[in-house]
Design a protein around this ligand. Sequence first.
Ligand code: CA
Length: 226
Amino acid sequence: MSQRILVVEDDAPIVRTLRINLRARGYEVDIATSGRAALAAVDELVPDLILLDLGLPDIDGVEVLRRVRRRSDVPIVVLTARSDADDKVEALDEGADDYVTKPFGIDELLARVRANLRRSLSAPAPLPPVHTDDFDLDFAALQARRDGRPVRLTPTEWKLLSELARHHGTVIPHTQLLQAVWGPAYGREANYLRVYANQLRRKLEPDPSHPRYLITEAGMGYCLRW
Ligand code: CA
């Protein structure tokens, strides 16, 4: 599964450029052309990174940023056409991770996207590597191998695995996992965990339908053991 980028932008030519270039690099791209659509998309799509235009037709971009930050710590790169430095400062104060000024070069923008995806993954203290009979996880380098072959994990999958590995051998309640991965506003979305646990099993377990490492404790939570 590829990394998911939410583009929040109302300028059609910029949307087109971003969509083409991001898809060409293997990202999954969702588009929101208003602040309201962006806030709905953050909840529904759980993006790995947001590119956020500050000049939106309905809600001010900085206000969108503020509201996203109340529910998620997803990396946000702000796109601003405004020459006014105050907007950038305000956006950074409200929790933007980075900004790019329009008109931007696509290579520069892609570099920022990569850097911010990387930074968001390495924020908590990296865990020691995990070696099992079937797979290896290197949390510092964000590299996974199954039977010696590289496996691509998404940022969300890494976050979930980190939280499980940090407490390996014990059952982590749904709420704790949801808050660690998606942010403090989450807690009841057990369906997210089901989806991601199944993805991880397909990628890592020798027999995904009879998991040996990533165990569901019905009604309680999940446990990673090795
Ligand atoms: Ca705009």
